[in-house]
Design a binder for this molecule. Structure first.
Ligand code: PPS
Length: 304
C-alpha cells in the first residue's frame, strides 16, 4: 500500500494493516522499505544524541528521562510536544497531519535527540562517521515479546500478530518488524565498546531508576542537583508517565493507535511474561534462547 493510499484510509478512519518488505534481510513495513535510501543517507550531526532500542524496550521512558535532563527538570518544557515530535523517530512515518521522522529531524535545530529501532547494521553510516553519542536500552526477550504482541494489536501500522501461540513462534523466528530481538541486542552489544554507546537495561532502570539516571547524566556530562534528580525520577515513573498525554501516545487518533485494545503504557513491569507463557511455551522458549544466545556475554534478568 502506498503512503497516498494509506493517507486515504486513515482519513476515512478505516482499520488498515500494512504490507511489509525486507531491508537487507530485516523485516520492515513497506513504507520504511520504500524510502530506505533516504533513511540510509540521513545526515547525523556530531552533537546529536541517538536513543536506540529494540521495540518495546523502554524507549519512551528513556526519551522522557533524557528530555527532563536536557531541560533541567522543567516539566512544562517537557510537555511542549508529543514524545515523537520532541525526538524524531528517524525511520518512521506517521500518516498526515504528522511529519515523517526524517522531515522533523531535518527541521529541528541542534542539538537534536533522535530515536531509532534499527538493528546496528542498518544505522545510517553518518552516525558512526560523526561519532554520535548513543544510548541503547535492552529489555529481556520474554517481556519484549509480550509487550510487542499487545502493541502489534493496538498500533495499526504494524502487521497483525495473529494468535498468542502464533506470535510466540513469529517472534522466535525473528519474523517481526525491525527483525529478531536476539540479533538486535547482540549486534549492539558487540559494538558498544567501539563507539560512544551507553548500553542500559530496562530491568536495571526499574530496579533502581536513580542509579541508571546517574549513568545517563555522566554519559551526557550533565550535573544536576539532588532535587532535580528526584523530580526526574518522579516525573518519569510509570504511573506519572501513564497520565501524561505528551508521553503516553493518547494524542494519536484510534485509527493509528487504539488504546482501547491495549494502552501504550500497559504494565511497565518486568516479569509480566509469566501471565502469558504456558509452562511448555516457556520451556521451548528457553531451549531456543540458549541456542540463539550461545557464546554471547550478554545476560538478562527476566524478573527483578
Ligand atoms: S516503542 O513503541 O517501541 O517505542 O515502546 P517503548 O517505549 O520502547 O516500550 C514500551 C514499554 O515500556 C513501558 N514503559 C515503562 N515502563 C516503566 N516505566 C516507565 N516510565 C515506562 N514508560 C513506558 C510500557 O508500558 C511498555 O511496556 P509494557 O510491558 O507493554 O507495559
Amino acid at each position: 500500500m502506498s503512503l497516498e493510499e494509506m493517507k486515504g484510509l486513515h482519513l476515512q478512519g478505516e482499520y488498515i494493516k500494512p504490507e511489509t518488505k525486507e531491508v537487507n534481510g530485516i523485516l520492515m513495513t513497506k513504507i520504511v522499505s520504500d524510502k530506505w535510501d533516504k533513511i540510509w543517507n540521513f545526515q547525523a550531526k556530531p552533537d546529536d544524541l541517538l536513543i536506540a532500542t529494540y521495540v518495546k524496550s523502554g524507549t519512551t521512558w528513556t526519551q522522557e528521562i533524557v528530555d527532563m535532563i536536557q531541560n533541567d527538570g522543567d516539566v512544562q518544557k517537557c510537555q511542549r510536544a508529543n514524545t515523537f515530535e520532541r525526538h524524531p523517530f528517524i525511520e518512521w512515518t506517521l500518516p498526515p497531519p504528522f511529519s515523517s521522522g526524517l522531515d522533523l529531524a531535518q527541521k529541528m535545530p541542534s542539538p537534536r535527540t533522535l530515536k531509532t529501532h534499527l538493528p546496528v547494521q542498518l544505522v545510517p553510516p553518518s552516525f558512526w562517521k560523526e561519532n554520535v553519542k548513543i544510548i541503547y536500552v535492552a529489555r529481556n526477550a520474554k517481556d519484549c515479546l509480550v509487550s510487542y504482541y499487545h502493541f502489534s494489536k493496538m498500533l495499526k501500522m504494524l502487521p497483525d500478530p495473529g494468535t498468542w501461540e502464533e506470535y510466540v513462534e513469529t517472534f522466535k523466528a525473528g519474523k517481526v518488524v525491525w527483525g529478531a530481538w536476539y540479533d538486535h541486542v547482540k549486534g549492539w552489544w558487540g559494538v558498544k565498546d567501539q563507539h560512544r554507546i551507553l548500553y542500559l537495561f530496562y530491568e536495571d532502570m526499574k530496579e533502581d531508576p536513580k542509579r541508571e539516571i546517574q549513568k545517563i547524566l555522566k554519559f551526557l556530562e550533565k550535573d544536576i542537583t539532588e532535587e532535580v534528580l528526584n523530580k526526574i525520577i518522579y516525573h518519569t515513573s510509570f504511573d506519572v508517565m501513564k497520565q501524561n498525554p505528551m508521553a503516553n501516545y493518547t494524542t494519536l487518533p484510534p485509527s493509528i493507535m487504539d488504546h482501547s485494545i491495549s494502552p501504550f503504557m500497559r504494565k511497565g513491569m518486568p516479569g509480566d511474561w509469566k501471565n502469558y507463557f504456558t509452562v511448555a511455551q516457556n520451556e521451548e522458549f528457553d531451549k531456543d534462547y540458549q541456542k540463539k544466545m550461545a557464546g554471547s556475554t550478554l545476560t538478562f534478568r527476566t524478573e527483578i
